[in-house]
Write a protein that binds this ligand. Sequence first.
Ligand SMILES: [Zn+2]
Length: 231
Amino acid sequence: MLQYLRDVFELAFPNNCVECRKTLFNFETTICSSCLESLPRTHFEKQADNTIVRLFWGRCELEMATSLFYINKHNKVHHLMHQLKYKNKPLIGQRLGKTLGLKLIEEGSLFSEIDMIVPVPLYWKKEQQRGYNQALQIALGIQQATQWKVEENNLVRVIENISQTKRTKYERWENVSEIFEVKNPEAIQHKHILLVDDVITTGATLEACVHALKKVEGVKVSVASLATVER
Ligand SMILES: [Zn+2]
């Protein structure tokens, strides 16, 4: 019932903040400035050594890695990520992606030489169910801020789940490296790719993507996400 009332409210007042419901100003979209400013920032884009960089140590080779916000069960970031993934709110991805993009090109950022953005793909069936890929929405937001090209539908997910149980370490690696596939390697040869996802927890999905991308000659990869847990 509560959700129903919320949906009705949003139909009646589409120009309200998805977080606090306050009316948006003309210069605001989807989330109001005061909610945006209240989200807990990491500032990782300016730190060559941060917990996301460390998360991938010994797993795959990255140029740089960052997350924009900290997420925990009780904060606004969690609520926004939940709406982005499960409540048919793709514009949250674009709005926060734009904020992330602006940070990536700010003075002092270590993400200066990106050639293209690649969103982490969903398995086709999952994308069909959800109606959109949230990582692509974030990529589009980053593009609005940076003008970096979005390379869509080149990296694809060919296996639905990472089934890691009851496997040896070697088999697990084999499994992970075959989840994603690059369809057109020529298009990304010798490019510096910004790989984009919504939330980084274990990093297993991103690691699998990096393995697939790195099979292509001369590819460099950096990683950016909207949120991560505090480590
Ligand atoms: Zn708000």
